[in-house]
Design a protein. Structure first.
Length: 136
């Protein structure tokens, strides 16, 4: 029997992402989430891109892993060295330079098949705020 959990926070490494309407099922240990983790991660990544969250190192790492690219492959697609991407990720709360943020947002949108504006100002984040992601 499926149940729905109204709000689940802390499922991914981005603390401002909260999942709502998460399908749950009963198990011998109590209710468990009835979705594969990669489905939740993809939903969260799409929300980060479309809600124009400012991209910091922690978002880059989350997005890169969600689209399944190594540091090297991710960096190559951006025309950078893996050391550059590693530096961003290591500086977790430091925001990327605008040109890098636009490039990362554009690349991840393409990898996730999301239509976003190609206008430079639309590729930059605005502010970090609580994002509710509907999981159903």
């Amino acid at each position: 029997m499926k149940k729905w959990k109204e709000n689940l926070a802390g499922l991914i490494s981005l603390e401002y992402v909260h999942f709502i309407n998460v399908p749950m099922k009963d198990s011998k240990h109590g209710p468990v989430i009835d979705l594969a983790p990669d489905v939740l991660e993809t939903l969260a990544a799409k929300a980060v891109i479309t809600h124009r969250v400012p991209l910091r190192g922690k978002e880059v790492k989350f997005l890169r892993k969600t689209i399944g690219l190594s540091l090297e492959k991710f960096a190559n697609k951006l025309g950078l060295t893996s050391g550059s991407v590693f530096h961003w990720e290591r500086a977790g709360n430091e925001r990327l330079a605008p040109i890098n943020e636009a490039a990362v947002r554009s690349l991840v949108a393409e990898e996730l098949n999301i239509e976003i504006s190609g206008k430079f100002s639309d590729l930059l984040g605005e502010k970090i705020c609580k994002i509710k992601v509907k999981a159903s």
